[in-house]
Write a protein that binds this ligand. Structure first.
Ligand SMILES: Nc1ccn([C@H]2C[C@H](O)[C@@H](COP(=O)(O)OP(=O)(O)OP(=O)(O)O)O2)c(=O)n1
Length: 175
């Protein structure tokens, strides 16, 4: 049975009003080791083989700064205007797609994928992230805060009580 979001630490975090308290607020050992799956039972007895957390660092701002240093060192800012970054981003999304194409449905955790394939995927997803953050920077979008505002809008648009278990678009719900 699929695990309900409300049962996860992440879900508890996403409902908190002071979100700054959520970052790194879990007690030591409460999360899976970063980058690894945690198959320990949850407190309510449910097992959640999907539990997975990211490392806390680097932050989005760290990545923005590292990429800015990378481009400055090469005098590449002249090429990194918003439109070019968007095209580069889309190209890298295409490279992610290539890794999935013709495989049929792929289960969470990518069972059956080789280490080399997983590493390739991590490279392509990183390229997407790098270009996305640089695009946001060049468009003067403060992405970490923008994401929080957008997620708040998403929660309003899709109240859990109304849409639980349904993937319909918000325009398909009757009030
Ligand atoms: N003008 C450029 C070229 C590269 N990069 C950085 C950002 C990306 O993280 C990565 C992209 O490099 P490539 O264009 O060589 O693309 P790939 O690494 O995906 O190589 P390939 O296309 O051979 O898979 O390097 C950059 O910032 N600006």
């Amino acid at each position: 049975m699929a695990e309900r979001r409300e049962d996860t630490e992440e879900a508890a975090c996403s409902h908190a009003t002071d979100r700054s308290n959520c970052v790194n607020s879990a007690p030591k050992g409460a999360h899976a080791r970063h980058g690894e799956q945690d198959t320990r039972p949850l407190q309510n007895g449910l097992k959640s083989p999907q539990r997975f957390t990211f490392s806390a660092e680097p932050t989005m701002e760290d990545i923005r700064r590292l990429q800015a240093e990378f481009t400055d060192e090469r005098d590449w800012n002249q090429f990194h205007q918003p439109r070019n970054l968007l095209l580069a981003l889309v190209g890298e999304v295409g490279e992610v797609s290539e890794l999935f194409q013709w495989r049929g449905e792929v289960a969470e955790g990518l069972p059956g994928w080789t280490e080399a394939e997983r590493e390739q995927l991590s490279h392509e997803l990183s390229d997407v992230m790098i270009y996305l953050l640089e695009l946001a920077e060049k468009c003067r979008v403060d992405l970490p805060q923008a994401v929080l505002r957008k997620m708040a809008l998403n929660r309003l648009k899709y109240p859990a009580s109304k849409v639980h278990g349904s993937a319909k678009k918000y325009t398909e719900y009757q009030d």
